[in-house]
Design a binder for this molecule. Structure first.
Ligand SMILES: N[C@@H](CCC(=O)N[C@@H](CS)C(=O)NCC(=O)O)C(=O)O
Length: 221
């Protein structure tokens, strides 16, 4: 899908990748034009020489900058920080004080380092080829991650994870909840997460960046 063909940024992404959704969400929130270029994680495209030149890990997302020569940025949180710093005029995703920023980074890292990597496709493939084993593993670690997030954000949450302003933390939490749903993990017993999710759902940036908007028409499974 190419929402804006003359856009300055090009985002290599996969529709269901939670790390990709974080960056799509940030771009939409900040109103930054981008062209979304799909990279298939299921058919070897992410391991192709072209993609490995963009990211040696073979992961998405990758943000291509309109520079000459082209620059490729990897790691979703680093990309979002780059967008924040290079578009300071656009709505911010980071609170002003160092203490507040440290708290939203901590929440983001509960997902980014402590939860998402454990249920990445290559990790699951190394664990077992049995889908039931993979399911039990993922459910366990998603449940754990969300439980930590709930307790941590109980000190800070308002409408969103940190007060009443959308932040990087929410951009990490929403895609993780999408994964939780896929793995049949409920967050009904987590009142803060439930409230934050309801708030985010109403945002047009959430809706426009949602995986459903990018799902290939012929996708089966
Ligand atoms: N820490 C990285 C994680 C990136 C990542 O794990 N991407 C996944 C999709 S969410 C991926 O590309 N996996 C490759 C694969 O499944 O083969 C980031 O935040 O960008």
């Amino acid at each position: 899908m190419t929402p804006h063909s003359s856009a300055p940024y090009r985002l290599y992404h996969y529709w269901r990748s939670s790390s990709s959704w974080r960056v799509r969400f940030a771009l939409e929130w900040k109103g930054i034009l981008y062209e979304a270029v799909p990279v298939n994680l299921l058919n070897g495209e992410s391991e192709s020489p072209e993609h490995l030149k963009r990211n040696p890990a073979g992961f998405v997302p990758v943000l291509e900058l309109p520079t000459d020569p082209k620059e490729y940025l990897t790691e979703s949180l680093s990309i979002i920080r780059y967008l924040e710093e290079s578009h300071p005029e656009a709505p911010s995703l980071f609170p002003k004080t160092p203490l507040a920023r440290a708290k939203i980074w901590a929440l983001a890292e509960v997902i980014n380092s402590g939860t998402q990597p454990i249920q990445n496709i290559p990790v699951m493939a190394m664990l077992s080829s049995d889908p039931d084993v993979q399911m039990r593993w993922s459910r366990h670690f998603i449940q754990e991650g969300l439980s930590v997030y709930e307790r941590l954000c109980s000190q800070t949450a308002g409408r969103y994870s940190f007060g009443d302003e959308l932040s990087l933390a929410d951009l990490c939490l929403m895609p993780q909840l999408y994964n939780a749903e896929r793995f049949q993990v409920s967050w009904d017993s987590f009142p803060h997460i439930s409230r934050i999710e309801k708030s985010c759902r109403t945002l047009s940036a959430y809706q426009k960046s949602h995986p459903d908007q990018f799902k290939p028409i012929d996708f089966k499974g």
